[in-house]
Design a protein around this ligand. Structure first.
Ligand code: PGA
Length: 263
C-alpha cells in the first residue's frame, strides 16, 4: 500500500446507472454507512463518478450536508467550448465542483473509438480546467498474450500524459480489459507489476517527485473480498470500482479496507 504522502483513493465508477434521484438516495445512504463505520476520510478518500445528469444533484447534496465525499465526471470533451453538440467541457465540470474526471476508460476506447491522441487531449483539457484526471490504461487478453502485462498500459500512459508537465496532480487507473466486469480480477502481484512499471514511466516523463505523488489505482472486478490484497502492494494506491460501487454495503466495505488489510 501507499507509503508516505499518498492518500489511498477508492473510486466508484457508476457507468450508465442511477439517475439523479437515485443518486441522491445512494449518496445519502453511502455517507450514513461510512459515518456509522467511523470511516476516516482523511486516511482513505472516497469518490464517486455518476452520470453527467446526476452531478448537479450530487454537488448540492454534498455541499448542503458537508459530506466528505469527492466526485467527478466519467468523461470530458477535449474542447473548451464551441459547436460540439453533446459534449461536456472540463470547465463546466469544474463549475460543478468536480475534483476529478475519468479519461480514457476502456469502454470509451473500445466502444467510442477513442484514440491515445484524443485521450491525451482530454487529459490536457481536464488539467487546464483544474480537474485531476483519472487516466485509465489497460491491456486486452490478446495484448497480454502478445506483449506481456505492461507494454500496452505503459504505451497508453506515455501517450496520455504527453501534454503534461512536472508537478501535475494525476491519478492513473490500471484496468486490464479482461478483468473489467468479468469477475476475474488480476492478482495483486499482477497489479503491482504493472503499477510499478507505470510509476517508473511517470518518473521518466514527469520526474520522480510527480511520480511519487501520483496515485495509481487498480480496477477490474474489485470487491470487498479482494481489495485488501491489492492495497498491500507498494504501488497500488486505491481502486476504481465498477459493478461493486453500485452495491452500497459492498462499496462501503471496500472503502474500509484498512480494517482488513492487515489480516
Ligand atoms: P468492474 O469495472 O469493477 O465492474 O470490473 C471497473 C471499471 O470499469 O472501472
Amino acid at each position: 500500500m501507499t507509503t508516505g504522502a499518498r492518500v489511498p483513493l477508492i473510486a466508484g465508477n457508476w457507468k450508465m446507472n442511477l439517475d439523479h434521484l437515485q443518486s441522491i438516495a445512494f449518496v445519502q445512504k453511502l455517507a450514513w454507512s461510512l459515518k456509522d463505520a467511523r470511516h476516516d476520510f482523511a486516511a482513505v478518500e472516497v469518490a464517486i463518478f455518476p452520470p453527467f445528469t446526476d452531478l448537479r444533484s450530487v454537488q448540492t447534496l454534498i455541499a448542503a450536508d458537508k459530506l466528505d465525499l469527492h466526485y467527478g465526471g466519467q468523461d470530458v470533451s477535449e474542447h473548451v467550448s464551441g459547436a460540439y453538440t453533446g459534449e461536456i467541457s472540463a470547465t463546466f465540470l469544474r463549475a460543478l465542483d468536480c475534483g476529478y474526471v475519468i479519461v480514457g476508460h476502456s469502454e470509451r476506447r473500445t466502444l467510442h473509438h477513442e484514440t491515445d491522441e484524443k485521450v491525451a487531449a482530454k487529459v490536457a483539457a481536464a488539467v487546464t480546467a483544474g480537474l485531476v484526471p483519472v487516466l485509465c490504461v489497460g491491456e486486452t487478453a490478446e495484448d497480454l498474450e502478445l506483449h506481456g502485462p505492461s507494454a500496452v498500459p505503459v504505451a497508453q500512459l506515455r501517450a496520455g500524459i504527453a501534454g503534461l508537465t512536472a508537478g501535475v496532480e494525476l491519478v492513473v487507473a490500471y484496468e486490464p480489459v479482461w478483468a473489467i466486469g468479468s469477475g476475474q480480477a488480476a492478482t495483486p502481484e499482477q497489479a503491482q507489476q504493472v503499477a510499478a512499471a507505470l510509476r517508473a514511466t511517470l518518473a521518466e516523463v514527469l520526474g520522480q517527485e510527480t511520480a511519487d505523488a501520483a496515485r495509481i489505482l487498480y480496477g477490474g472486478s474489485v470487491k470487498a473480498g479482494n481489495i485488501a490484497g491489492f492495497m498491500r502492494q507498494t504501488d497500488v494506491d486505491g481502486a476504481l470500482v465498477g459493478g461493486a460501487s453500485l452495491d452500497l454495503a459492498e462499496f462501503s466495505r471496500i472503502a474500509q479496507f484498512p480494517k482488513h488489510v492487515g489480516t
